[in-house]
Design a protein around this ligand. Structure first.
Ligand code: CU
Length: 258
């Protein structure tokens, strides 16, 4: 009788151990495969996934609605892949309601629908490929928008801004985040714009970092989302990867009243 009870206990303990191991392994796969990309703005660590989830940011991934605040709305986001050639074509396909002023490094959009194709790459590559001049504050990586480097973008209040962000850099993570916090930016820009404080006073509309493009396969990571800014004023678009905004990976976004 005693030996039978012993075997039952051993069996139950073994079953619990096996289930724990399977669930634990599955959880770690989930964290490493999804957490890094979804919650890269927390630093890309596995516990960043937990942190984001606990703080209620557990929905920042393709197809769901990340956030909304008094400044505007960040709509549904989609994580996509683009061929590098297609990306360059899109980057130069100027919409009819965009007016480019290269001498002022400014693009003015009229109307209520704004299509913004944004490329991230190294400054020297951008200058060579687009025959453009980067602002003097740019030292490292930059944004290219319709052939201009870190241009000032002017849109109307309430316009629906369709952002297509593509990372064409071959060795760096980048994102495209809109904030009210002005330059100069510190090395670690995320606390500065209120990221760790949730929707802090200077926090705005954000997305995760995108991995570098793969030039061997010819594909790049992209993220599409829509933004609507209701309050006229001066905003900034920045990359939140540590050191990038500090090195000049930012530009001005002006929202004019209707
Ligand atoms: Cu960056």
């Amino acid at each position: 009788m005693a030996s039978r009870l012993t075997w039952i206990i051993v069996g139950v303990v073994a079953a619990v151990a096996v289930v724990t191991a399977i669930v634990g392994a599955a959880y770690m796969v989930h964290v490493f495969s999804n957490g890094y990309y979804r919650y890269g703005y927390y630093g890309g660590y596995p516990w960043g996934w937990m942190w984001g989830w606990m703080r209620g940011y557990g929905n920042l991934y393709a197809g769901q609605q990340p956030n909304r605040n008094q400044y505007g709305t960040l709509g549904y986001g989609y994580f996509t892949y683009y061929s590098i050639n297609e990306s360059l074509n899109m980057a130069m396909k100027l919409p009819g309601n965009a007016h480019v002023y290269p001498q002022n490094n400014t693009i003015v959009f009229t109307g209520t629908q704004v299509n913004l194709v944004v490329i991230a790459m190294m400054r020297d590559d951008a200058e060579r490929m687009f025959n453009a001049t980067a602002p003097s504050y740019s030292h490292g990586d930059v944004f290219v928008i319709y052939g201009l480097i870190n241009p000032t973008i002017v849109v109307s209040a309430g316009a629906i801004i369709h952002i297509t962000f593509i990372n064409l850099d071959d060795d760096m993570y980048h994102n495209f985040v809109i904030t009210t916090a002005p330059p100069p930016y510190p090395y670690n820009v995320m606390p500065y714009i209120g990221m760790y404080g949730g929707m802090g006073p200077q926090m705005m509309l954000y997305m995760r970092w995108l991995p570098p493009a793969n030039y061997n396969s010819g594909y790049a990571y992209g993220y599409q989302y829509t933004v609507s800014l209701n309050l006229p004023g001066t905003y900034w678009y920045i990359c939140t990867y540590p050191g990038h905004a500090e090195g000049g990976m930012y530009g001005k976004l002006i929202v004019v009243g209707g």
